[in-house]
Design a protein around this ligand. Structure first.
Ligand code: NAI
Length: 268
C-alpha cells in the first residue's frame, strides 16, 4: 500500500474550491454520441471543460457536438471518430485533444454494448463483442490517457460499469463478466495511480432510459424496473451527475470507489 505523502494530498486541501467547476480541464468521453455519454459531455461543457467526444458512430458524435455548440458553447467540443477496441484510434483521439486543448486530465470510459444471453446461451461472437468493447476498450482508454495525466500533473477518471458488476441477473453473462472486470480494473488503477494524483472511480448504473435499453426485450426491462425499489428507470443526466461529481474537486479524496446509481436495485 502506498503511504500518504504530500503528492497524494489534493490541492483542494489548500483552501476552498469552486464547487463542481471544471473550468480549464480537458476531458475525453468515449461513447459520447448517445445516452449517458452524451449527457456526461453536456455536463462537462456546462462545467467549463473542453471536451473531446469519441464514438464509433461518427455522424451521431458530430450531431451531439453540433448541438452542444449551438447551445451557446462554441469551441469547447470536438467530435472524433473512435472505436474503443482500436489502440491506434485512441492515439488519434489523444492527439486531437492535445492539438485542440492540451494534455487531457479527465477521462470517462463510457462506451459499451450489451448482450442479453445467459451462461448457457452466450455465443462466442457475443462474448467477444461485449468483452472487447466494455473490458478491453476500458483498458485501452486507461493506457492511452494516463501518460497525458502524468504530464498534466494529475487527473481524474471515471469508468462506467453497471449494477451487473455487483449482482447476478440470470441473463447477460458476458456483460456481467465485462463489467465485473471494469470494477476490478478501477480499483487496481486507483491504487497504482494515487501517488501520481490520478483518481480512478467507477459509476454503476441500474436501468437507464437510453437507446441501449430501448433495444432490450420488453419483459426484461419491465421485470428490472419492477425489481427497482424506486420503481423507475434513471434519466441519463442522473448518471452524468454522479460522473461529474467523481471527476470534480468535490471528490478530491475519493478514489477506487464504485458508486451505485441504481434506484436501490442492489440494496434489495
Ligand atoms: P448507448 O447505446 O445509448 O450509448 C453507447 C454509445 O457507445 C453509443 O453511442 C455507441 O455508438 C458507442 N459505442 C459502442 N461501441 C463502441 C466502440 N467500439 N467504440 C466507441 N463507441 C462505441 O448506451 P448507454 O445506455 O448510454 O450506455 C453507456 C454506458 O453505460 C455503457 O458502458 C453501458 O454498458 C453502461 N450502462 C448502461 C445502462 C443502461 O441501463 N442504459 C446500465 C448500466 C450500465
Amino acid at each position: 500500500m502506498s503511504s500518504l505523502t504530500p503528492a497524494t494530498v489534493s490541492k483542494a486541501a489548500d483552501g476552498p474550491t469552486s464547487s463542481a467547476s471544471l473550468a480549464g480541464r480537458i476531458a475525453l468521453v468515449s461513447g459520447a454520441a448517445s445516452g449517458i455519454g452524451r449527457a456526461v459531455a453536456a455536463g462537462l461543457v456546462a462545467a467549463g471543460a473542453g471536451v473531446v467526444l469519441g464514438d464509433i458512430d461518427q455522424e451521431g458524435c458530430e450531431k451531439a457536438a453540433a448541438e452542444l455548440d449551438t447551445a451557446g458553447l462554441p469551441g469547447r467540443v470536438v467530435p472524433v471518430s473512435l472505436d474503443v477496441t482500436d489502440a491506434s484510434a485512441w492515439e488519434r483521439f489523444i492527439r486531437t485533444a492535445r492539438r485542440h486543448f492540451g494534455y487531457p486530465d479527465l477521462l470517462v470510459n463510457n462506451a459499451g454494448v450489451v448482450g442479453i444471453h445467459g451462461l448457457e446461451g452466450v455465443s462466442d461472437d457475443e462474448w467477444q463483442r461485449v468483452i472487447q468493447v466494455c473490458q478491453r476498450g476500458t483498458w485501452l482508454g486507461l493506457r492511452a490517457a494516463v501518460p497525458c495525466m502524468h504530464l498534466a500533473g494529475g487527473g481524474a477518471i471515471v469508468n462506467v460499469s453497471s449494477v451487473f458488476a455487483h449482482v447476478g441477473s440470470g441473463a447477460a453473462f458476458a456483460y456481467h463478466g465485462a463489467k465485473g472486470a471494469v470494477a476490478a480494473m478501477t480499483r487496481a488503477a486507483a491504487v497504482e495511480l494515487a501517488p501520481a494524483r490520478i483518481r480512478v472511480n467507477a459509476v454503476s448504473p441500474g436501468m437507464v432510459e437510453t437507446p441501449m435499453t430501448s433495444g432490450l426485450p420488453e419483459q426484461f426491462v419491465t421485470d428490472f424496473v419492477a425489481a427497482t425499489p424506486m420503481g423507475r428507470k434513471a434519466a441519463p443526466r442522473e448518471i452524468a451527475a454522479a460522473v461529474l461529481f467523481l471527476l470534480s474537486e468535490d471528490a478530491s479524496f475519493i478514489t477506487g470507489t464504485d458508486l451505485l446509481v441504481d434506484g436501490g436495485f442492489a440494496a434489495r
